[in-house]
Design a protein around this ligand. Structure first.
Ligand code: FE2
Length: 624
């Protein structure tokens, strides 16, 4: 009787443990939970456990839990040792308000007090808080080694005592701009029912929240609109311009770059995760050149993390660098390999044996973090669910493509943004036993969606030029000849789904991709890529050798020429040129930081490439 009771209890105990674990997507292989619910990857009777190390930092921690007091504000950053630097942000007094840091205080037990009465009395009251009782204090958290961890903002009311009120720490940003609509969005550090006023019309949140995303509709083409963001008793005012009526064929400019993960040399080149120094210069240059939008395709941050809150901190640091310009000009961000968010399986020495996109996908995948961190058009494919390898048609076994694969248009130009780091398992090209997406590989459902989208845009009489962009070069030239869409010519490389390799290898899939762009389209002009931290261009013609020796598969018919424009020079540490079969056709190779500016004038497109740091020209070419 006693034994039976014990057995029943044990079974109940094991079942309840199993109930606490999340279903492992059927698209993976050799991934299991152990008796205590710990996730592991099994290979040759060996178990490699998922890294459960805590995050170094989180975004929530950097918000500093501000508390008002009689003389000022106390911020608390938990375990961080270092320094707090602070000063006012003059919203409304400058078109691109930035904090003017004026004072610093050591963090003691992670805390610092900003004494407003003492620090910001005359002649330091540049925002008039002594009259209005309103101020926004920008703060910078610096660790003990001098690395900048975060630039934040706390909004304050009162003349002493002081009260903390909801602050916008991220945004406001303008996105999804069309000829008659736009989306304005921002994040606040505490819930508030915010609104945006455009053209005397008010668009409001339904409930108090921290992520605010308001669709502005009923606008006129090619018109500048002021917008006023109201949050509690505070407001900020900026403006944006709608796109011209599709097919107007008026001259305009757009900007392209990628790869801005943090670099060396200290200062703002390493604001935890992002090269904020170069990104800010890129934002300023794009805005100064009147860019209608900035397309940025992958590796915004250092990333490769296992914790979502830490990933959000790095992405916020990246956005903050562009924020002063993004108030006015949309920025569209695509996914790269560094945006990976994984379960990382380690050996006993602590080395990573394999890693996979984190699940449950809807809550914690790299794709979900991208969707939470950015606002992009939601017109892409659903996911890779339902592809011919999907092991379980009734369940979701792949992350979403929502807002990481999409397209948009501006006048007579269409931009198709693809994800060549989808469902990314960083080691899968060497360790396929886990299954997972492979760097550089465009999977089946994405390719099917691309075909449909190209067909639609080919028929659209308002569109003259189609640009494609994905993080990985079709033809790597420096830094990634060993992977991207080439793998040194090794077509064996491919993703694995549920333990099985997919049918088409990387070179075959590259050729299918190019076949769509070249032979299914007359409008595709160029593929904009990154990943390699340099600038170069390559004109693909039938003269260019794109195959390894003795390639056994069907070869591509290059019936017309297209360009590959690689610009991964937005601040990540450089890569020099390597040798590839197409090297003699690779032009204008440069490791200077670079912004590509496309000047579209009806049927003509000219590109200028400018160093955003020094403003010298790197390259110029008429593309069409
Ligand atoms: Fe990359």
């Amino acid at each position: 009787m006693k034994i039976l009771f014990f057995l029943t209890c044990s079974i109940f105990f094991i079942e309840s443990l199993a109930a606490q674990t999340v279903r492992i997507p059927a698209s993976y292989s050799n991934i299991h939970y152990d008796e205590s619910g710990r996730l592991y990857f099994q290979k040759d009777n060996q178990r490699f456990y998922a890294d459960t190390a805590k995050a170094n930092y989180s975004l929530q921690q950097m918000l500093g839990n501000p508390q008002g007091g009689e003389d000022g504000i106390t911020l608390n950053f938990g375990s961080i040792k270092g320094t707090l630097v602070y000063g006012f942000i003059p919203y409304g007094k400058a078109p691109h308000p930035l904090p003017v840091y004026r004072l610093s205080a050591p963090l003691q037990n992670g805390k610092a007090v900003m004494n407003i009465k003492r620090d910001f009395r005359d002649p330091y009251d540049m925002v008039g808080w002594q009259q209005s009782g309103i101020m926004h204090i920008g703060y910078r958290v610096i660790d003990e080694r001098g690395m900048i961890l975060y630039d934040g903002v706390v909004s304050v009311t009162g003349k002493g005592p002081f009260a903390v009120v909801p602050a916008i720490y991220d945004g406001p940003y303008v996105n999804n701009v069309t000829h008659n609509s736009a989306v304005l969005w921002f994040k606040t550090d505490s819930p508030v029912q915010a609104s945006v006023k455009v053209n005397k019309k008010q668009f409001s949140d339904v409930t108090p929240q921290t992520h605010h995303e308001l669709a502005i509709t009923g606008l006129q083409p090619a018109t500048e609109y002021q917008y006023k963001v109201q949050y509690g008793s505070l407001s900020q005012t900026y403006s944006f311009k709608t796109a011209p009526k599709p097919g107007s064929r008026k001259p305009f400019v757009f900007a392209y770059t990628s790869d801005s993960r943090h670099a060396y040399g200290g200062g703002e080149r390493m604001v935890y995760g992002a090269n904020a120094y170069i990104m800010k210069k890129i934002g300023a240059l794009a805005y100064q050149q009147n860019a209608a939008f900035l397309q940025f395709t992958g590796d915004m941050i250092n990333g490769y993390l296992t914790n979502k809150e830490e990933q959000h901190l790095q992405l916020t640091n990246w956005k903050k660098a562009l924020e002063p310009f993004w108030h006015y000009m949309p920025v569209y961000a695509g996914q790269g390999n560094h945006e990976a968010l994984t379960y990382s399986f380690k050996n006993s020495a602590g080395a990573t044996v394999a890693s996979i996109d984190k699940f449950p996908y809807a809550a914690t995948s790299a794709e979900t973090v991208m969707q939470e961190a950015f606002v992009n058009p939601a017109n892409g494919p659903e996911s890779e669910d339902g592809n011919k390898y999907d092991p379980d048609a009734s369940q979701l076994d792949f992350p979403s493509y929502k807002e990481n694969v999409f397209y948009y248009s501006y006048d007579n130009v269409a931009m198709i943004v693809l994800n060549s780091d989808y469902w990314y398992a960083p080691q899968v090209s060497r360790e396929s036993a886990t299954s997972g997406g492979m760097h550089g590989y465009l999977m089946d459902n994405q390719i099917a969606w691309l075909k449909q989208t190209i067909d639609k845009l080919e028929k659209d009489a308002t569109i003259d030029h189609i640009f494609l962009t994905q993080h990985t070069p079709v033809f790597p030239n420096g830094g990634h000849v060993g992977d991207d869409m080439w793998y040194r010519g090794n077509n064996d490389k491919r993703p694995y789904i549920a333990g099985k390799p997919v049918e088409k290898g990387i070179i075959e899939r590259r050729d299918e991709y190019l076949d769509i762009l070249i032979n299914r389209s007359k409008k595709v002009l160029a593929v904009l890529t990154g990943d390699e931290h340099n600038y170069n261009r390559l004109q693909l013609t039938k003269e260019v050798n794109i195959y390894p020796d003795n390639y056994p598969h069907k070869k591509l018919n290059v019936s017309r020429s297209i360009y590959q424009i690689n610009n991964g020079a937005a601040g990540a540490p450089y890569y020099a040129q390597e040798t590839a079969p197409w090297s003699s056709h690779t032009k204008a190779f440069s490791v200077q930081n670079a912004l590509c500016l496309f000047y579209v004038d009806g049927k003509k497109v000219k590109m200028k490439v400018i160093n955003p740091d020094t403003l010298n020209e790197i390259d110029t070419i008429e593309l069409r």
